[in-house]
Every structure is written in C-alpha cells, then in structure tokens.
Ligand binder design. Structure first.
Ligand code: HEC
Length: 126
C-alpha cells in the first residue's frame, strides 16, 4: 500500500468509528425516551418522577421530590442491578424488596439490551 492510500484508509476507519460511537449514544438516548416523559437527568429537576441525576449509588427515595410513594420508606441504595430489575417490572421488584405500597411509575423494559442502554445513559449523568 502506498502511504497516500494508507492514510486515506486510516482516515476512513476513523470516520467510521466515530460515527459508530455517535450512533451508540443516540441509541441510549432513544431508549431513555421511555423514561423521559416522567424523568429528567438534570440535577434537582423533578417531573412526574424524581430527577435521575446521579441515581446509581444514591439511596432510594432520597431526593427532595415530594411525591414518592413506594420509595418513601425504602431502605436500599440503587445499583445497576436493582435499577435493571425495577425497570423490568415494578410490582415484582417491590414484592422482592418487601415493600407493600404501590407506585405510580409504570414502565416495562423487556429487552435486556434496552435496559443496558438506559443504565449506560444514567451513568453519563452522574
Ligand atoms: C409514568 C411515569 C414514569 C415513567 C415512564 C418512568 N418513571 Fe421512574 N419513577 C416515576 C415515579 C412517580 C417515581 C417515584 C416512585 C415511588 O416512590 O413510588 C419513579 C422512581 C424512579 C426511580 C427511583 C428514584 C429514587 O429517587 O429513588 C428510578 C431509578 C426510576 N424511576 C427510573 C426510571 C427509568 C430508568 C425509567 C425508564 C425506563 C422510568 N423510571 C420511567 C415515574 C415514572
């Protein structure tokens, strides 16, 4: 390969790779749309649900959001695993946690890949 061709190849690869990662970011944002009607990832900005800024590693129900129900008496800290379970099925999650109250959050993310994308998106807002 001549140097010229080699450089052109390298450049094409770099362009392909950077548009690939931009695409992956778009996918994460796209699945988060399922949450965005009720949640923002801005610090302190609550909507129908509490702000999800920094939620991984945060104690459940610990923001100044006024309308917590199920999370009011929760006594655990959000991990990636717990968030994955919570967004799969809220009812089953609350039962497993031994929490009696109902929640007004209602969303079912069935695909593992989508759950992973959502969690990656949350990790970017810490
Ligand atoms: C219909 C509105 C709605 C949708 C859609 C929704 N949520 Fe929620 N979410 C809530 C409400 C309301 C709460 C408060 C729960 C409670 O205390 O019962 C909540 C609580 C949470 C919490 C706990 C926050 C804390 O401070 O302890 C997490 C984490 C969460 N939601 C993640 C998500 C994710 C991720 C999605 C998208 C897959 C999502 N939610 C979709 C309304 C919603």
């Amino acid at each position: 390969m001549t140097t010229g061709k080699f450089l052109a190849f390298g450049l094409a690869m770099a362009v392909a790779l950077s548009s690939f990662s931009a695409q992956a970011d778009d996918d994460k944002e796209k699945v988060f749309k399922k949450c965005a009607s009720c949640h923002s990832t801005e610090k302190g900005k609550h909507k129908i649900g509490p702000s999800l800024f920094g939620v991984i590693g945060r104690k459940a129900g610990s923001t100044d959001f006024k309308k917590y129900k199920a999370m009011k008496d929760a006594d655990f800290t959000w991990t990636e695993q717990l968030i994955a379970e919570w967004i799969t099925d809220q009812k089953a999650f609350l039962k497993a946690q031994g929490i009696d109250s109902k929640t007004s959050m209602s969303v079912k993310i069935k695909k593992e890949e989508d759950r992973e994308h959502i969690i990656e998106f949350l990790k970017k807002h810490m």
